[in-house]
Design a binder for this molecule. Structure first.
Ligand SMILES: Cc1cc2nc3c(=O)[nH]c(=O)nc-3n(C[C@H](O)[C@H](O)[C@H](O)COP(=O)(O)OP(=O)(O)OC[C@H]3O[C@@H](n4cnc5c(N)ncnc54)[C@H](O)[C@@H]3O)c2cc1C
Length: 312
């Protein structure tokens, strides 16, 4: 069979990128920092034939604000978030979360847009092509079984973004453009919980901005569990926030195919909220740490986070 030709296209504008995406429908990826996409292509986890490079689109690199919102362009590098005064002052946990991603060199290339859309991971999937062939293909790479659970129906690859849980706790929304125009979503609403297709965005969807509210104030705590502080993906990421009205929001990463979120009106609901996210998290043995340890650590991290919020 003839191999399909590979295409690389450098988009000149948002409109241009979306038009190209529509031409290639199911067979493309937008390319931002490339630290997720290129690795997945190289390992054969992805076989899209077209890469649409959006890095030349200047409007996607900017951070703007008005009285009500801070708008972060998706191409802002993780390492550059700390340079913005408003983020430093109002959303410090976002800087901590960005700093917890990968390595210093990767953070100078990796973008925030790419981070919230980075692919779900599993120790039985993020392996070389020959490893996966030898072990037998899992559901996420066209096989017929989830190797981690032995089940046939669902893929439990883990939601990995470290910045998304914090952004969700800050009530982030995203502006998304596609061939049908502009839509705004709460960040948590774009994740499906299906490890094979983890996001519900349309095929041509391009994130135009990540919006954070400036008309509220948040206290927040971020934590990440990983074998090595230097480079590892998350085994558990937790974010907890308290807003001006005392409303609490919890978001977890690394323990389910989507961020696990719970909200309550007051810090007095602490135990109830911890129990809620603990029960919702579908933790399975697909990580370097055991399922039981990661489950225990959910409670430990959340108790510690609530102690910090209670003291402030
Ligand atoms: C060694 C290593 C360690 C890592 N550790 C971590 C970690 O600890 N935590 C973590 O969260 N991640 C980690 N990553 C994954 C990755 O580096 C980050 O998630 C990074 O932020 C991805 O950003 P990027 O710009 O490189 O995205 P890309 O690889 O360019 O893109 C990622 C996805 O987002 C899509 N995309 C990008 N921008 C847009 C847009 N504006 N609109 C629509 N779609 C878009 C792409 O099509 C693709 O599907 C690691 C990667 C490596 C190689």
């Amino acid at each position: 069979m003839m191999k399909k030709e590979k295409t690389y296209y450098k988009a000149q504008s948002v409109k241009d990128a979306i038009a190209k995406a529509a031409e290639h429908a199911n067979d493309f990826r937008y390319l931002a920092g490339g630290t997720d996409v290129i690795v997945n292509q190289f390992q054969g986890n992805e076989d899209k034939n077209c890469l649409i490079d959006i890095t030349g689109i200047e409007e996607l690199e900017q951070i703007k604000s008005d009285e009500k919102k801070l708008k972060i362009g998706p191409l802002v590098k993780l390492d550059d978030l700390k340079e913005n005064d408003i983020i430093r002052k109002k959303f410090p946990a976002l800087i901590e979360a960005a700093h917890a991603v990968a390595t210093p060199m990767l953070r100078k290339t990796a973008t925030i847009g790419g981070n919230i859309l980075c692919e779900n991971r599993c120790i039985f999937y993020n392996q070389s092509a020959w490893w996966r062939e030898a072990a037998g293909h899992c559901l996420k790479c066209n096989g017929d079984i989830c190797i981690a659970t032995g089940g046939k129906k669902a893929c439990f690859s883990k939601f990995m973004s470290d910045t998304a849980p914090v952004l969700i706790c800050y009530d982030a929304q995203i502006e998304v453009l596609d061939i049908n125009g502009l839509q705004v979503f709460r960040l948590e609403d774009i994740y499906t919980g299906d490890g094979i297709n983890p996001r519900s965005l349309s095929k041509t969807a391009l994130i135009r901005s990540i919006m954070l509210p400036l008309d509220n104030t948040y206290q927040s705590v971020f934590k990440k569990l990983r074998p090595r502080e230097s480079a590892d993906f998350s085994s558990l990421t937790t974010a907890v926030s308290k807003n001006e009205q005392g409303r609490i929001k919890i978001a977890l990463g690394g323990v389910d195919p989507k961020p696990v979120v719970a909200e309550g009106d007051s810090i007095a609901l602490r135990d109830e909220l911890i129990l809620k996210v603990f029960k919702k998290s579908r933790v399975i043995d697909n990580d370097y740490y055991s399922r039981l340890y990661r489950r225990d650590m959910i409670r430990v991290f959340l108790e510690q986070s609530f102690d910090v919020l209670a003291a402030t």
